[in-house]
Structures are given as structure tokens and as C-alpha cells.
Design a protein around this ligand. Structure first.
Ligand code: 5BU
Length: 255
């Protein structure tokens, strides 16, 4: 039997995690949609359609061809209307001073709107220290990339173990991992990409598992991209993945 989201919430102090567990319970959803569209109107239309069924919206802000600050304002309107967190999948990977600038400055000013972002542990603890300076006071949270869903990923074994240690040393800001399974016994969240009900891989080595396989492996939030935004009816698919993820969670919490 796994702990329920409500039981888990009591173990965390980070406000992002508290907000996330609240949303998951209110919406009966552990679904994060990866909204990998390149035009802001299409992206906002997708978010408005799937918003009711998701707990987190994942963005790649640098693939937008017509980004402007107005887009952020409209995204925040949709966030308020539909009640979800925003996760910018930036995968920071530089020294602390540089990632702090990349996180807070430039065109995107990620720390001003993204509740959650993520980073590779590759550079060492300085990357967390730099991002923490940009995000902790704003109430943000960080996921470390403990594993990747792509074939041949080098984030395995002792690399993954070192990533877990890094998270343990930085529990005020690191809220969990991107990983395919529960990689640590500690109270860290696990966000899992590479989830599909219909496909097992793509032509670039992406590897998919079902929502049930991900949840049974200890995932807390399943991330679905093309399985939803690539569908003819995105609402039908969002509901289908929301229901599959929630049913798997309910079954796991009763086992
Ligand atoms: P897909 O269309 O469901 O394959 O999209 C998966 C999304 O998750 C996409 O935005 C990737 O950048 C992201 N992702 C991933 O697929 N695998 C990983 O290990 C990480 C992120 Br980290």
C-alpha cells in the first residue's frame, strides 16, 4: 500500500508541494500535460481545453516562436481559472552563477512565473545553490533529473545515487526528481515523462510506459505530451489519461 497524496502532504514544508497536493486532491488528477507547441495561440487554446484535467502544465518556453510577456499574462489567467502549477522543463545544466541568470533574467524570466523548474545534477551542488537564490524566496521548487526516459540515458547507477544525495542536502528547495520510478525512500516527488497508452517508442529513442506502469513504479505525477496534444480530440485524451492515472493511484493506495 502506498501513502495517499493527503498523507504525503503532511511530510513536506515547501509551499509548492503543499499547493500541488491540494490541486491533485481537488481535481483527482496526477496528470501533467507537456504542452510542446510552438505558437502561443495554439498553446493557450490547448491549455484552456486540458486545464480542467491536469494538476501541472509543463512548458518548454524556448520553443515558442512568438513569445512575449502578454503570453505569460494570459497563461497566468488560465492558471487561475483552471487551478494547476506551471513546470518549465528548462533542464538547467551550468554553473550556479550562470543558471541563476538564466533562471531570473533574459527574455523569459522563468523564476517569475514557473512554480517548478528542473536541473541536471551534473555540475554539482552549485547548480542548486544558484537556482535557489533565484527561486526560494519566490516560493518555487526544483526537480533534479535523476533519470531520463530516452534510450541510452547516462543518468543511471551511481549518477542517479549522487543525484539523490544532492537532493537530500538541499531539501528546502529540491522537491523531487524527474525519474521513471521511486528512486529514494525520502519524501521526494517523482515526475515521470515517457508515458503513453498507445505507443511504446518514438523515432528518437523516447521510451513509453503506461500510466499504470509509471504509478506502480512509484511515480507521483505522470507527464504526457504527444499522447494528448497530438490527438484529434485533446479533451477526450486528457480525460482518458487523467482517469488512467487516477485509477492506477487509487488501486496502488488500496493494495
Ligand atoms: P512526449 O510527447 O510525451 O514524448 O513528451 C515528453 C515530454 O517530456 C517532452 O516535453 C520532453 O522534453 C519531456 N521529457 C522526456 O520526455 N524525458 C525526460 O527524461 C525528461 C523530459 Br527529463
Amino acid at each position: 500500500m502506498v501513502d495517499t497524496y493527503t498523507e504525503r502532504a503532511a511530510h513536506y514544508t515547501n509551499s509548492v508541494v503543499q499547493r500541488l497536493f491540494g490541486i491533485i486532491q481537488r481535481k483527482n488528477s496526477n496528470l501533467c500535460v507537456a504542452a510542446d507547441l510552438t505558437r502561443k495561440t495554439a498553446l493557450l487554446t490547448l491549455v484552456d481545453a486540458v486545464g480542467p484535467y491536469i494538476c501541472v502544465l509543463k512548458t518548454h518556453i524556448d520553443i515558442l516562436e512568438d513569445f512575449d510577456q502578454e503570453f505569460i499574462r494570459r497563461l497566468q489567467e488560465l492558471q487561475a481559472r483552471h487551478d494547476f502549477l506551471i513546470f518549465e522543463d528548462r533542464k538547467f545544466a551550468d554553473i550556479g552563477n550562470t543558471v541563476k541568470l538564466q533562471y531570473t533574467s533574459g527574455i523569459y524570466k522563468i523564476s517569475s512565473w514557473a512554480d517548478i523548474t528542473n536541473a541536471h545534477p551534473l555540475p554539482g551542488d552549485g547548480i542548486v545553490a544558484g537556482l535557489k537564490e533565484g527561486g526560494l524566496e519566490k516560493g518555487r521548487g526544483l526537480l533534479l533529473l535523476a533519470e531520463m526516459s530516452s534510450e541510452g540515458s547516462m543518468a543511471t547507477g551511481s549518477y542517479t545515487e549522487s543525484c539523490i544525495s544532492m537532493a537530500q542536502r538541499n531539501k528546502d528547495f529540491v522537491i523531487g526528481f524527474v525519474a521513471g520510478r521511486k528512486v529514494s525512500d525520502d519524501d521526494f516527488l517523482v515526475f515521470t515523462p515517457g508515458v503513453s497508452l498507445d505507443t511504446s517508442r518514438d523515432s528518437f529513442g523516447q521510451q513509453y510506459r503506461t500510466p499504470q506502469q509509471a504509478i506502480d513504479s512509484g511515480s507521483d505525477v505522470i507527464i504526457v505530451g504527444r499522447g494528448i496534444y497530438g490527438a484529434e480530440d485533446v479533451v477526450v485524451e486528457a480525460k482518458r489519461y487523467r482517469d488512467a492515472g487516477w485509477a492506477a493511484y487509487l488501486a496502488a493506495s488500496l493494495e
